[in-house]
Design a protein around this ligand. Structure first.
Ligand code: SF4
Ligand code: F3S
Length: 106
């Protein structure tokens, strides 16, 4: 499955959602995750993300490995998002911030 990582937090551009053929994105207050049970590894979402938050599970960077379990966990709690919407306010500012896991709202 593909995995959403830290760069998405407090940005949530949602461009990824529009291209997913199986609607497997799930939405939290300031982050999206991919349901690993539903993702068919089509790769389409990767190029859509302006902050390059999405990786194939096998290519998730070492310092982002915990996001694999986090996508699985939160996808069971959050609701589907199937249409693109406005990015979060201050998304451009937060796009430059590297370490922001502490900002994640559940
Ligand atoms: Fe959806 Fe394809 Fe991205 Fe998986 S890789 S989340 S199926 S767009
Ligand atoms: Fe997040 Fe990138 Fe999608 S910022 S909402 S993974 S387009």
């Amino acid at each position: 499955a593909y995995v959403v990582t830290e760069s998405c937090i407090r940005c949530k551009y949602t461009d990824c959602v529009d291209v997913c053929p199986v609607d497997c994105f799930r939405e939290g207050p300031n982050f999206l995750v991919i349901d690993p049970e539903e993702c068919i590894d089509c790769t389409l979402c990767v190029a859509e993300c302006p902050v390059e938050a999405i990786y194939a599970e096998d290519d998730v960077p070492t310092d982002q490995q915990h996001f694999i379990a986090l996508n699985a966990e939160l996808s069971m709690q959050w609701k589907p998002i199937v249409e693109r919407k406005e990015a979060l306010a201050d998304a451009e500012e937060w796009a430059k911030v590297k370490s922001k896991l502490g900002e994640l709202l559940r």
